[in-house]
Design a protein around this ligand. Structure first.
Ligand code: NAD
Length: 454
């Protein structure tokens, strides 16, 4: 179904994909979209690339608590030949972003701060009528997720979770395969965040060597070591679900005729981070951080059950040595795909009981968005997918179109974290998954990447 047909059919059925306030409903065509960024750390600086490359966007304001991060961002902006934005913060003031949101004429804001700031910043931005593009995750507690949802519903301001892996080239080709019925009826999916982050959670604190340069964190660390590591001390759960669940949710049409119904989680013992501190040349048993107790299990396995009978397994695995892999597996009545070795097996097409190399399938089912924009995306972060997520958000805001990854997706994907923590804390209990759509999942229809515009 084409997006236009979809919009007409959903409107006719009284099933708006998202309700936007009149300011957004009239469309933003014509002038440049005026955007701001809160949090110009390593991710924000990387996302400036796709933003500054666009003629239809003007970056009018940036904010960060730290001067060093603002300095890098301003250098990027200058190098791109773009006008200097108004700058907020730089003096450690954790509330300078409030003044940014009070600046007149900002259409949209990218929120690229530590997790604990996402919900309050998004809620305030929506209250100010500023469209939100929020980095993963949506909030910390389950209540945060309800609060973000209610703020979007109350204000009608667009909100998109900037989940870039949904735009990965092979992930989108597999979406086309799923939609074409190549795997038959979907039965089971697997994915996760399987990324050795030991050298991210610890460094020396020197901005010139952010990865693996030491065993410091918190006030003595730099970038994510300043805040992310503390979550590994305080929490035990699936701390980063959206890179894995996002694509699976799109495959399974979650919130568009399907929904998560149950969740539980198991965690292994926590060994990897302590072991890293002991073995690092700047660490050792006498280093003060060798006494830190980490709560986060090295491998956390979360299982979700869906209304239409599928199961989804997510694995969070960030504290042990391993090559990066999100570990996707998509399995149906006619075959399966696994991303680790680019392997696919389709009954009747593949040799019996044998894997095939998936590349020919990726090429055949390459998504129209990638066919159209691969050249523009070249050079953007994470193999180009970061360009697509920025593009999708900006185009959807300009057109007042439904957000491709909308508020229901955002809160449900992200609420996996507090729910998995609760399950582990309650002796691995299986919990009912809250229906954030309050029944609307039954009549909503897929929109993600349905045409070649977003
Ligand atoms: N989608 C992806 O692939 C991807 C990749 C990396 C990071 N991220 C996400 O991006 C976000 C930022 O991560 P990062 O790697 O850039 O971390 P970072 O620590 O490098 O940057 C965060 C920045 O936020 C600033 N900040 C903290 N509190 C603030 C406040 N109150 N007001 C204004 N600025 C504040 C910090 O000074 C820092 O510069 C996180 O949510 C992270 O999970 C996503």
């Amino acid at each position: 179904m084409k997006r236009r047909d979809f919009l007409i059919s959903t409107a006719a059925a009284g099933v708006a994909a998202a309700t936007f306030s009149p300011a957004f409903a009239k469309g933003r065509g014509g002038d440049k979209l005026r955007v701001a960024m809160i949090g110009t750390g390593l991710r924000g600086q990387s996302q400036l690339g796709p933003i500054l490359s666009r003629d239809d966007v003007e970056l009018v304001a940036i904010c960060d608590t730290q001067q060093v991060m603002l300095g890098h961002a301003l250098a990027n902006i200058d190098k791109a030949g773009r006008r200097k934005p108004k700058v907020y913060g730089g003096n450690g003031d954790a509330n300078a972003w409030k003044a940014l949101l009070a600046q007149k004429g900002i259409d949209a804001v990218f929120i690229v701060t530590p997790w604990e700031w996402h919900a309050p910043m998004a809620i305030a931005a929506m209250e100010a009528g500023v469209a939100v593009g929020c980095e993963v995750v949506a909030g910390i507690t389950l209540q945060d997720h309800w609060d973000v949802l209610r703020a979007q519903q109350r204000t009608g301001t667009p909100y998109m979770l900037l989940e870039n892996v949904c735009y990965r080239r092979d992930v989108m080709a597999v979406l086309q395969m799923v939609r074409a019925g190549l795997f038959g009826e979907l039965v089971h999916m697997q994915a996760g965040y399987q990324h050795d982050l030991r050298g991210v959670k610890f460094n020396s604190g020197n901005p010139d060597e952010p990865y693996g340069s030491g065993v410091e964190f918190g006030a003595k660390g730099f970038s994510e070591a300043q805040w992310r590591t503390q979550h590994s001390i305080d929490r035990n759960g699936e701390l980063y679900p959206s890179h894995g669940i996002g694509p699976c949710a799109m495959y399974a049409n979650i919130h568009r005729g399907n929904r998560f119904t149950h969740i539980n989680a198991f965690a292994t013992k926590a060994r990897g981070l302590h072991d890293y501190i002991l073995k690092h040349p700047k660490g050792g048993p006498d280093h003060p951080n060798a006494k830190v107790q980490f709560k986060l299990g090295d491998v956390v396995t979360t299982t979700l059950r869906c209304e239409n009978g599928e199961t989804i397994i997510l694995q969070h695995d960030t504290s042990l040595p391993r090559p990066y892999s999100l570990g996707f597996r998509v399995q149906g009545t006619d075959g399966l795909w696994m991303d680790v070795n680019k392997s696919i097996h389709i009954e009747g097409r593949s040799p019996p009981h044998k894997w095939e190399d998936a590349q020919a399938y990726y090429d055949q089912y390459d998504h129209p968005l990638w066919r159209k924009y691969a050249d523009k995306a070249a050079g953007a972060g994470h193999g180009g997918m970061d360009w697509f997520v920025v593009h999708a958000f900006i185009e959807a805001v300009k057109a007042s179109a439904p957000m491709p990854i909308d508020i229901y997706d955002a809160v449900a994907w992200s609420a996996i974290t507090p729910l998995s923590e609760q399950s582990i804390a309650e002796d691995y209990r299986t919990l009912a998954f809250p229906d954030f759509t309050e029944g609307k999942w039954k009549s909503r229809r897929p929109i993600f990447a349905l045409d070649d515009r977003y």
